[in-house]
Design a protein around this ligand. Structure first.
Ligand code: C2E
Ligand code: CA
Ligand code: CA
Length: 553
């Protein structure tokens, strides 16, 4: 960089100081010289006196020139300062706002909230912080492209803005996440509720663009710096408010989206517990704490054991034995379900290879796993690696799998079936599978959900739904399994309905691999898998003579 660079502020300032110094000196000199030279010059012009001293006149002219120079420099300087001030303000504004929607951005929202709180506090008002998250925005982006998504965001912001009070501040925190902060009269949180309800009404109107119309829903979490009765709660700063609104938003999402919640203290402990679970699941997976349990599946007519359904359990050293209803949804959410399921399958294949070769193994597959286009290939590879015959394996998928990419699910089912794997439709009747899908997708079996089977316990031992599903299965030539057979009453009611497979607590609770092994050994249905010395050792380690069949490769 050279000295001529106009942007060198130090040099420029030096020059300005020198220029102003010269001008100031010139003014002082003007007062000194001007006092005597000017009257002389005036008199000479009027013809009343002699010519003034040339030297002094020159000095006077030089003075005047210097003053003009200084004045101009001063004007330039103030102009420059103004330009710089405007540029700085613009840069600050750009740094504080979201370029697409012109809302504040995440960085500036904290400060804006603190400012609003301070102003509201002076007037004795409360402040509500509101987190807004769009429920289905990713779909709009994926289906219609990012420019359509951007247009929707801009329209949505306009809708929020028109409803907000003048003093409120609106921010875009990220992709489809927004927040606003607004003052309201302490003790009247219902004003905020009213506004939020109007916001939901406004969002319910379709977003119309020239080529398409989209529908949007949102979830909202709210937190206030005052209690409901209008008193100021324990220390809440802007960061705490935001965090609380975030927790309320999370709760709204969990409750099924398209709704809003005010923060409550219980949400914090729920979230803490969830975080603990999440950490526990990650750690437990690395430590092999997830184990397969097995539930017997029985031929209803003969009572013969035909196979087992594998049900995952978490043996947590801190929490005890945990049901999959708790950890499967979390594992799905944090992207661990594939990993978890594959490890469980490996264990289950190893366990089931010790069982009689005629016994089947059913495995539950989550919809999240079916999104992976390579799922079928990976599963088949695992079967080969475990030397487990595909004909003994049954995959259970629920109806919710069928909402997603039906083409993908279909081709997956086809490639698994081609290898001999059987496919069951689990929890039938609880989802929304259409008869059309049932006819077109090549299922091997329908499992009647236990909520319907339990109706058979009611007086009269009838369930129209169970009867309807059974006749549907017959019509489609699909074998059926009834889940949740808890007692003899249900068992007898089902027996009267025809040939079924059944499972449930009547036949015993799901049990671990060791218990299953002992059960099968007693029934003479255990084989020592070749190449599995641990199994051989376990199988031979018992007292008494037992006949073990060698499993076929
Ligand atoms: P599901 O596939 O419907 O499994 C049957 C559930 O009903 C099991 O609960 C089982 O213990 C329970 N059950 C069995 N017989 C009876 C009965 O007679 N009465 C009653 N009231 N309940 C009975 P569990 O083991 O807690 O599993 C819950 C759900 O978790 C399963 O429902 C299944 O959808 C899912 N799940 C289990 N293991 C896995 C897994 O490895 N992967 C995936 N993705 N999901 C799994
Ligand atoms: Ca199942
Ligand atoms: Ca089921």
């Amino acid at each position: 960089m050279t000295d001529h660079t106009p942007d060198n502020p130090l040099k420029a300032a030096e020059r300005d100081i020198i220029a102003l110094g010269i001008a100031a000196a010139a003014v002082i000199m003007l007062i000194g010289t001007g006092g005597s030279v000017l009257p002389q010059a005036v008199r000479a012009l009027l013809g009343e006196g002699g010519r003034p001293d040339v030297l002094l006149v020159n000095a006077l002219l030089l003075n005047i020139a210097l003053i003009i120079f200084g004045w101009r420099r001063y004007r330039e300087l103030t102009r420059e300062i103004e330009v710089r001030r405007q540029a700085e303000a613009r840069a600050q504004m750009l740094a504080a706002t979201d370029p697409l929607t012109q809302c504040l951005n995440r960085r500036s929202m904290l400060e804006a909230t603190e400012e609003l709180r301070a102003r509201a506090a002076v007037r004795g008002e409360a402040v509500a912080y509101c987190m807004v998250d769009l429920d289905n925005f990713k779909q709009i982006n994926d289906m219609h492209g990012h420019s359509a998504g951007d247009a929707v965001l801009v329209m949505m912001c306009d809708r929020i803005r028109t409803l907000l009070p003048r003093e409120a501040r609106l921010a875009r925190l990220g992709g489809d996440e927004f927040a606003f902060v607004m003052p309201y009269p302490a003790g009247h949180a219902d004003r905020v509720d009213d506004l939020v309800i109007r916001l939901f009404e406004s969002m319910a109107q379709p977003f119309r663009m020239p080529e398409l119309t989209v529908d949007l829903t949102m979830s909202i979490g709210l937190a206030a710096d005052h209690d409901a009765d209008g008193t100021i709660g324990l220390v809440v700063d802007a960061a705490t408010l935001m965090h609380r609104a975030d927790m309320a938003l999370y709760h709204a999402k969990k409750q099924g989206r398209n709704r809003y919640f005010w923060f409550e203290a219980s949400m914090e402990s729920e979230l803490r517990f969830r975080n603990q679970l999440e950490t526990g699941i990650r750690r437990g997976l690395a430590r092999g704490e997830f184990v397969p349990f097995y539930e017997q599946q029985v031929d209803l007519e003969t009572g013969a054991l035909v196979g087992f359904e594998m049900l995952a359990r978490w043996r947590s050293p801190q929490l005890g034995l945990i049901s999959p209803d708790i950890f499967v949804p979390i594992a799905e959410e944090i992207g661990l379900i594939n990993d978890m399921s594959e490890r469980l399958m490996e264990q289950a294949f190893a366990d089931a290879r010790e069982w009689d070769d005629a016994l089947t193994l059913s495995i539950n597959i989550s919809p999240v796993q079916l999104r992976d286009p390579w799922f079928a290939q990976r599963l088949l590879k695992k079967l080969v690696a475990a030397n487990f015959p595909p004909r003994r394996l049954e995959i259970e998928i629920t109806e919710s799998c069928l909402h997603e990419n039906i083409g993908l699910v279909r081709s997956m089912i086809m490639s698994l079936r081609n290898q001999g794997v059987q496919i069951s439709l689990d929890d039938f009747g609880t989802g929304y599978s259409s008869l059309e899908q049932l006819r077109n997708l090549p299922f091997d079996r329908i499992k009647i959900d236990r909520s319907f089977v339990s109706e058979l316990k009611e007086p009269g031992n009838r369930s129209r739904i169970v009867e309807a599903i059974i006749s549907l299965g017959r019509g489609l030539d699909l074998p059926l399994t009834a889940e949740g057979v808890e007692d003899e009453e249900i068992l007898n009611a089902l027996k009267a309905m025809g040939r079924l497979k059944a499972q449930g607590y009547f036949y015993g609770q799901p049990e671990d691999a060791d218990a299953v092994r002992a059960r099968l050994r007693a029934a003479g249905k255990l084989t020592g898998a070749p190449g599995d010395p641990a199994a051989q050792q376990r199988a031979g380690g018992e007292d008494g003579p037992t006949l073990y069949r060698i499993a076929r490769p």
